[in-house]
Design a binder for this molecule. Sequence first.
Ligand code: ZN
Length: 139
Amino acid sequence: MKSYRKELWFNIPARRGFINITPQVEEALLESGIREGLALVNAMHITASVFINDDEGGLHHDYDKWLEKLAPHEPVNQYRHNDTGEDNADAHMKRQVMGREVVVAVTNGQLDFGTWEQIFYGEFDGRRKKRVLVKIIGE
Ligand code: ZN
C-alpha cells in the first residue's frame, strides 16, 4: 500500500471565508500516484473546517449568515471561552458545526465525487496562516 502526505497552507484575509480547495486536492492525488484508495482532507486548526458541498456563491453567503445566527461573533463577551482574552469562541462553534474533515474515495486515479460535490476550506478565525492535511492511502 502506498501512502502520501501533504500540507496545504491558506491565509484568508478576513475573519471568515470559504474557498474551493478541490484543485489542490486533485493535484495532491496526481502527485501521490495512487489510483485506488481513500483521500482524507482535514483542517489542522480548531477554528477552521473542511467540508463537501456545492460550489455556489449564494450558498457560501447563506452558510455565513446561518452560522452567525447560531454563534454570532459579537458580542464577544457572551462566551466564557473569551474570558481567556481570546475573541474566537464563535469560531470554535462554527468549526464544530461545519466539521473537521472529509474522506473521498479514489477510483481510477480520480476523486470519486457525487453530483456537484466539491471540497471546501471554511475559515472562521482567519487573517493568519493555517494548514490543511491531505493524506492519501491506496495503490
Ligand atoms: Zn479559542
